[in-house]
Design a protein around this ligand. Structure first.
Ligand SMILES: [Fe+2]
Ligand SMILES: [Fe+2]
Length: 183
C-alpha cells in the first residue's frame, strides 16, 4: 500500500499521512488499538484525495457506489468512499471497521468503533493541522476517544455553518447519534 501511495498522492498529502502514522502509534498505545489495522486506515484514507473530481465521479459510477447529492455537488468528498472500495477490491479487505474508518474519515459516521473514531480524530488533529481550537481538540482526544470524536464533529459543524460551507448529512447523523438518536 505504501508503494501505491507514493505515486497516487502529492508530497504534501504524503507528509500528512506520515504525520498521522506517528500519531497512530501513540493512539494505539494509549487506547490499546490494533496498530496494524489503524495503519491500514491511515495509509489508505487519502489515496484518492488528489484525483480529479470528475474522475472520482466516474470511478464511483463504475464501482456502483452511491453518490449523494452533496457528493455530486462536491465530488472530492467521494475520496474516502472510493478509497474504501479500492482497498476492498485491491487487497480483499472486508473488515467493516477499517472500511468505515476510511470511507467516513471526513464526515464521521454514527459509530461506537474505536478504530473509526481514532481515524477521524487523527485526520483532524495531526501535528500539521492548525486551526482555532485545535489544541483543545488534541487534549480532549488524548483523554477520551469518544469525547474527542464528539468535539471534532461539533467543531466541523460549527466551522461549516460559520463559513457558509456545506454540512455533510453523515456529520449531521453522527451529531444526532451522539445526542442519543439511534437508528
Ligand atoms: Fe481525506
Ligand atoms: Fe487525510
Amino acid at each position: 500500500m505504501r508503494r501505491i501511495r507514493s505515486f497516487m498522492v502529492s508530497r504534501h498529502r504524503a507528509a500528512h499521512i506520515e504525520r498521522m502514522e506517528e500519531d497512530a502509534v501513540n493512539f494505539a498505545k494509549i487506547y490499546a488499538l490494533d496498530l496494524q489495522r489503524l495503519l491500514v486506515c491511515v495509509d489508505s484514507h487519502d489515496l484518492f484525495r488528489d484525483v480529479l473530481p470528475q474522475k472520482l465521479i466516474r470511478i464511483a459510477k463504475v464501482w456502483n457506489l452511491d453518490v449523494t447529492p452533496v457528493e455530486k455537488f462536491s465530488p472530492l468528498l467521494l475520496h474516502g468512499k472510493v478509497a474504501a472500495e479500492y482497498i476492498k477490491r485491491r487487497f480483499g479487505i472486508n473488515d467493516k471497521e477499517i472500511l468505515d474508518a476510511v470511507a467516513y474519515h471526513t464526515s464521521g459516521i454514527p459509530t461506537e468503533s474505536p478504530i473509526v473514531m481514532a481515524m477521524f480524530i487523527l485526520d483532524s488533529t495531526e501535528s500539521g493541522r492548525d486551526f482555532e481550537g485545535i489544541e483543545e481538540l488534541r487534549e480532549i482526544s488524548a483523554k477520551s476517544l469518544k469525547e474527542g470524536f464528539e468535539a471534532i464533529v461539533k467543531n466541523k459543524l460549527i466551522y461549516a455553518v460559520t463559513n457558509n460551507l456545506l454540512v455533510l448529512p453523515e456529520t449531521v447523523e453522527t451529531w444526532n447519534y451522539i445526542r442519543g438518536v439511534k437508528s
